[in-house]
Design a protein around this ligand. Structure first.
Ligand code: E4P
Length: 229
């Protein structure tokens, strides 16, 4: 299973790359906005450069299908490791399957995003998406069962030998990462703050503190004058 970083923050990207634990990066327009980005195209190029050859998912920013194709081609031309996020439907519910199919036929890797159901995953994969992004937290927000959507999609892709890979996004709690992994996610994309929580543990800190205190005690004992026998 691979781990992607769900952020546009360059310092965080470099930091988690240096730890050797991430296999790619995902962004979306909200993530860009929250990171204070003013030039989405320029920032996308910069992230792609930093993480190359690992994949970077960058999302189109329009509701119009013709404009999506133009934007996708422009983003994809920035660097070979850029994957284009296309929402599976637009704001009004029209399917973006034609956009996904056109781009896939041109050899542009598509990450079909904002997926909330097995049906959406299935149709996006059929249209040629290389990745299907299932939004676990948003499914749960609506009372849905994200693990079931992930599990059924994984089983179906496997049974019919389709090559789309499942990215589980919208993870909010550390348990969501474990649940997604168990449900069959190929990739989980995690915000830096959540990776921070995954590595930390109060009892690990206490344990290390205990070892260090005992090591100090051993050193002090070795330095103390030996009493004559
Ligand atoms: C990743 O591809 C998604 O865009 C992201 O994880 C969505 O997360 P959110 O539901 O917390 O906005």
């Amino acid at each position: 299973m691979e781990l992607f970083l769900d952020t546009a923050n360059l310092n965080e990207i470099q930091r988690w790359l240096d730890y050797g634990v991430i296999d790619g990066v995902t962004t979306n327009p909200t993530i860009m906005m929250r990171s204070g980005v003013t030039d989405i195209v320029g920032h996308t190029r910069e992230i792609a450069r930093i993480i190359s050859p690992l994949p970077l998912s960058a999302e189109v920013t329009t509701n119009d299908f013709t404009e999506m194709i133009v934007e996708a081609r422009q983003l994809a031309s920035l660097a070979p490791n850029i994957v284009i996020k296309i929402p599976v439907i637009n704001e009004t519910g029209s399917p973006a399957l034609g956009v996904i199919h056109t781009l896939a036929q041109e050899g542009i890797q598509v990450n079909a995003t904002a997926i909330m159901s097995f049906g959406q995953s299935m149709l996006a994969a059929k249209a040629g998406a290389a990745y299907v992004s299932i939004f676990a937290g948003r499914i749960a927000d609506e009372g849905g069962d994200a693990a079931a959507v992930i599990g059924r999609t994984a089983e179906w892709l496997d049974r019919w030998d389709l090559h789309a890979r499942i990215i589980v996004g919208s993870v909010r709690e550390t348990m969501n990462v474990q649940d997604a992994a168990e449900a069959g996610a190929h990739i989980i994309t995690v915000p830096p703050a959540l990776l921070e929580k995954l590595i930390d543990h109060r009892y690990s800190r206490d344990t290390v503190r205990g070892f260090n205190e005992d090591a100090r005690a051993v050193r002090l004992a070795a330095q103390a004058p030996q009493s004559p026998r």
